[in-house]
Write a protein that binds this ligand. Structure first.
Ligand code: SF4
Ligand code: MG
Length: 334
């Protein structure tokens, strides 16, 4: 069976001055139907840029897909125009963001905004859409849905607003939901509830989720497979069990140590020393993590580690592991 989403060699550039620099560099991965795939990394590592590339929502005139393929149900959507993308966005692929207020319109009621989505993609009457909207709000655990449907976004708490966003996103039963830091702005208790809700609607609706987060703790809760991204590249891919049992990449190991252990710690954003290099300062060869890596070796500056593209359960791009370092390149480096 073909995967739901297959990304091959995606390169997304951002314009700085007159030149483009890649924020996403040769990224390949796939998401199967009903799978929950976590994309983890610090801010600035390219996770959001990658999801905006898939949705064709890159900032116009600044961000651009410069190469690669994005196959959705086997169809390459890279060259789709706005009209074709409008047929996909909100219907086959939906997206939710960290701050629901940026995607909810403050001047319209919640019911209006959900019915708009439904009327856009489905052949139903306004009344039917409204009834559906109430059902959707109930399905995402919103109490007093019959009243809330006529309220405005600012009348709700952050957690309730995120539930409304989820209701809107699943209104047309998309096959893929892209969730970009969906719980980051919420407190711990609400965060856990939203993750439960996502897991639950994934099962009920048979949809796949691409969950973008800086927090490996979030990934552990609901994901099947994890991709760790650093500086625009995938540096490790594994099933969630395998990643937690046997993390390989030094960056992944540091992310593990940064998982908040106590509830209070979650308030602080865990950090790893040093910064992700700016996209215009990426080294042309060598490992992009070398300037922060506690295990760095001289050859890490000369040889670019590769992530295997086999169907293996666990892949890593780090010269500490033989498979990332092609034999023919080993001779010259030592
Ligand atoms: Fe560290 Fe070298 Fe591995 Fe990069 S390739 S993560 S610098 S050990
Ligand atoms: Mg982001």
């Amino acid at each position: 069976q073909t995967p739901l989403l297959e990304v091959h060699n995606l390169q997304t550039g951002f314009k700085i001055g007159k030149e483009y620099f890649n924020a996403v560099e040769s990224v390949s991965f796939s998401i199967n139907r009903k799978q929950i795939v976590g994309i983890v990394g610090e801010s600035g590592c390219g996770k959001s840029v990658m999801s905006l590339s898939i949705m064709h929502l890159l900032p116009q005139g600044i961000g651009k897909i410069r190469g690669g393929e994005i196959l959705f149900e086997g169809q390459d959507i890279v060259d789709y125009d706005e009209k074709k993308m409008n047929g996909i966005r909100g219907k086959d692929i939906s997206m939710i963001f960290q701050e629901p207020m940026t995607s909810l319109n403050p001047v319209f009621t919640i019911g209006y905004q959900i019915t708009e989505v439904l009327l856009n993609h489905q052949d139903i009457t306004k009344n039917e859409a409204r009834t559906k909207a109430v059902t959707l709000l109930k399905n995402v655990g919103i109490p007093r849905a019959e009243q809330i449907v006529d309220e405005y976004p600012h009348q709700l708490s952050g957690g309730m607003r995120q539930r409304v966003m989820i209701a809107m996103a699943i209104a047309c039963q998309p096959k893929l939901l892209i969730a970009d830091e969906p719980t980051t702005a919420l407190d711990v208790t609400v965060q856990a509830q939203i993750l439960d809700l996502l897991k639950n609607i994934q099962e009920v609706n048979d949809m796949a989720i691409m969950l973008i987060t800086h927090d490996l703790g979030v990934v552990a809760e609901i994901c099947d497979v994890v991709l760790v991204m650093y500086a625009g590249k995938i540096v490790e891919r594994a099933t969630v069990e395998e990643l937690f049992e046997n993390p390989k990449h030094p960056y992944t190991k540091l992310l593990m140590e940064a998982i908040p252990k106590m509830e209070e710690e979650r308030e602080r954003l865990a950090t790893i020393e040093g910064l992700v290099p700016a996209i215009k300062d990426m080294p042309a060869v060598g490992c992009r993590f070398a300037n922060r890596c506690p295990k760095a070796m001289p050859e890490c500056m000369q040889v670019t580690p590769r992530l295997g593209e086999s169907a293996a359960e666990h892949e890593v791009a780090c010269l500490l592991y033989e498979e990332s370092w092609p034999k023919e390149e080993r001779v010259g480096a030592r």
